[in-house]
Ligand binder design. Structure first.
Ligand SMILES: *Cc1c(COP(=O)(O)O)cnc(C)c1O
Length: 229
């Protein structure tokens, strides 16, 4: 249980020229590790599990910006709606509607990123471009019904492979989708500006392809041991 402050500083320096934000992914790691990185100046933390995130949020400083980055079930939105800042992996209209409903109960606006399926693997969640277009058409034509959510961009995960060319091409594809959507359904919408791509293994490629938010865990907090969780 030790955070890597050298890696933290190095990553911040690498992000600087791209004006990209760091989401420190603290899933499975204890609150003390988050506190230690908080002391070093980090404010944005990402979690994948609802219960773990609510438990940590309750014991950590109130000015932490919590990002939910994992697959979110509609019936669990209510637990994080009081405090979550951004939800990265919105993959259906139904989920967006539930987020809006729960955010409204707390008179909040929750930032949402739409998850795009770019990887080869069957297991990764997300929508294809057509599904995203449909969702955006619905939302933009009923804007009043979605006033407690703000669609701020897209999120994706590349295939878990050593083939850099493949990873880069998947990120590139995502950036193209982002640009097309921004120019069609979201014309003039300045909220739609984030591209959440890049993890410990591939964030340098993601930055080259226009990432504005990298989600980094193991480089900062060390390898995760799921058997203890
Ligand atoms: C765990 C996780 C990350 C961070 O992964 P690392 O390889 O540890 O940097 C990023 N994004 C998502 C969606 C994750 O689940």
């Amino acid at each position: 249980m030790a955070i890597n402050l050298e890696a933290y500083k190095k990553i911040l320096e690498e992000l600087e020229p791209f004006h990209a934000k760091l989401v420190a992914v603290s899933k499975t790691k204890p609150a003390e590790d988050i506190s230690a990185l908080y002391e070093a100046g980090q404010r944005i933390f990402g979690e994948n599990y609802v219960q773990e995130m609510t438990e940590k949020q309750a014991q950590l400083p109130a000015d932490i910006e919590w990002h939910f980055i994992g697959h979110l079930q509609s019936n669990k939105v209510k637990y994080i709606a009081p405090f979550v800042h951004t939800i990265h992996a919105v993959d259906s209209l139904k989920l967006l509607q539930e987020i809006n409903k729960q955010a409204a109960k707390h008179q909040r606006v929750i930032n949402c990123l739409l998850q795009v399926h770019i990887a080869d693997e069957e297991t990764k969640f997300g929508m294809d471009e057509k599904e995203i277009e449909e969702l955006l058409r619905t939302v933009t034509t009923n804007a009043n019904a979605y006033s407690n959510t703000k669609i701020v961009g897209l999120m994706g995960m590349a295939t878990n492979t050593d083939d850099n060319a493949q990873v880069q091409s998947e990120f590139h594809q995502l950036h193209d989708i982002f640009t097309r959507l921004a120019n069609t359904y979201l014309q003039g919408n300045t909220d739609f500006k984030e591209l959440s791509i890049g993890m410990s293994a591939d964030y340098p490629l993601a930055l080259k392809e226009g990432s504005t938010m990298v989600r980094i865990g193991s480089l900062l907090f060390g390898k995760r041991n799921y058997s203890q969780n």
